[in-house]
Ligand binder design. Sequence first.
Ligand code: UDP
Length: 314
Amino acid sequence: MRTVLITGGAGFIGSHLCKLFIQEGNRVICVDNLLTGSQQNVAPLFENKNFVFQKCDVSESIQVDEPVHYVLHFASPASPVDYQRYPIQTLKVGSLGTHNALGLAKVKKAVFLLASTSEVYGDPLVHPQPESYWGNVNPIGPRGVYDEAKRFAEAMVLAYRRTHGLDVKIARIFNTFGPFMRRNDGRAIPNFITQALSHKPLTVFGNGLQTRSFCYIDDLIQGLHKLLYSNCNEPVNLGNPEEMTLLELAKSVIELANSKSEIEFHELPTDDPRVRQPDIGRARSELGWELKVDVRTGLQKTIRYFRETFRTAK
Ligand code: UDP
């Protein structure tokens, strides 16, 4: 049996990973300080004897007294609202947390996977974004705390590879959505769905012509799984190349949720990237990764999940 340690394992993506690795018969150590994650996300796993939950802040230290074969570092506030609410924690988990997670992987001789982000490209001047693009990031703007923490994390991961020969993987994750996102994490999709289900106006920031490319969680998890077991030590973009404007997204959510909501325009946040679309050529060729879920189907599944949890939340 292999042991997989997942930092941020009680978060949106982390909890999906915990479920997958348990299903596959591994032992899973889920480490989370529950700053933005929730034990509810992994509640069904507590019955499984191969699942261990450790409440701990990985920016302080990570203590594990057993063999670990894979370290997946997913701990971090990840929505713009969250990382601007917790700027120092975000910088610490990307820097000190990454250092601690790498230190653990080194002593355990484990494979290490970093959850990096499309935010390393900032407000990109190259479109779509290939991994070779170095990005256009404002280091001192409100998003800098997340962008620079992740850029530092990538540099640290590759320093461990060059210095200690650690087997490392770096996933640059683009906008992802699906069940187990927090309703109030402030991101566009949970905001729009929550607003549409209560027939309140959808809050579109700016003129809504900025673009994003949204990937359904199941596809992302497959990509991460393939990357972990691959020989690819360079950063790999994981995301859906299907690009759309935020206005198009808002209209689709209203239609698919059968909602009476209207659209309301609000001020565009500082440094909000104008465009974002992954070039996934590397993931296709190196991992053989192909997307299976289009945005509309993903939205239907997510709306269903939010509808169900909406009822129980009332
Ligand atoms: N956005 C919006 N309304 C909202 C929340 C977000 O129009 O209620 C916009 C936001 O300005 C950005 C896009 O949606 O252009 C995606 O934002 P999100 O917070 O989901 O993630 P980001 O891609 O910015 O990290």
